[in-house]
Design a protein around this ligand. Sequence first.
Ligand code: FES
Length: 159
Amino acid sequence: MSACCQERTVDQGQLDQILQLYQGQPSALIEVLHQVQEIIGYLPREVQGKIAKALGVSRGEVYSVVSFYSHFTIKPKGKYQVCMCKGTACYVKGSPEILDRFEKELGIEAGDTTDDGKYSLEVVRCLGACGLGPVMTVNGNAHGLLKPEKALAVLKKYV
Ligand code: FES
């Protein structure tokens, strides 16, 4: 299952451990950002500040790396994390149309979270269920053989 669909909570102890481990190592910035996002789910400004201080880099440097890589996000994930597969099998079976529909319906682009914090939308490359494509997961629950209308109906069950 894609990491984008796993529930995570902030763990201050784990965060401190990572920062201690990489204390004073500016070259570990990307690795630290990966690990911290893995445990918190996103990279809020105050956490970026802690990372900058621990590694001995500027806040600006941390922010520029976070904004450069689309993998990193500064927004918390929504209550419902929707992961739309755009792997080859799902792509040819119509996942781009479903994704377009979601973006219009939710008013966000892939990688973003709705303002009410309800949905976040991610694109993933193969969920391992290609025969059921197009496939999406909502909080880790898989839904397959989707068409735009069916996908929207599934989404509306998550209220
Ligand atoms: S390509 Fe979508 S599940 Fe494999």
